[in-house]
Design a protein around this ligand. Sequence first.
Ligand code: CA
Ligand code: CA
Ligand code: CA
Length: 129
Amino acid sequence: MTTRRTVLLSLAIPLVALLPAQAASPLKRLDPDKDGTVDLNEAKAAASALFDKLDRDHDGTLDVKELRGRLTAKEFAAANPDKDGTLDKAEYLALVEARFRAANPDNDGTLDARELGSPAGRALLKLLL
Ligand SMILES: [Ca+2]
Ligand SMILES: [Ca+2]
Ligand SMILES: [Ca+2]
């Protein structure tokens, strides 16, 4: 009688392969024209790309699960005036625009690195990256 032993190969994937590329500063990643600031169009373009990435079931909307903690229940409810349980892209971008304005107290149409680093700026970044 022979005993066979199955050797379990490690399925571990090197963790580093799973980490998103967060090394670059948010400003660098959001500023394709490299003028050192993020304007509303750049913010919306980034938000739109993130929206598509988060929309796992490709139904054109994000539910709380797909948002994966980016919004609290209260924030979600406020961003979802039609109360249909999901955010469509228009609702998402409206929230992005509101947060952009909140992060831009000097009203110059752009966010610089300091504004992006403020609490309001960081709240906006959650919806962009
Ligand atoms: Ca979806
Ligand atoms: Ca909705
Ligand atoms: Ca500004």
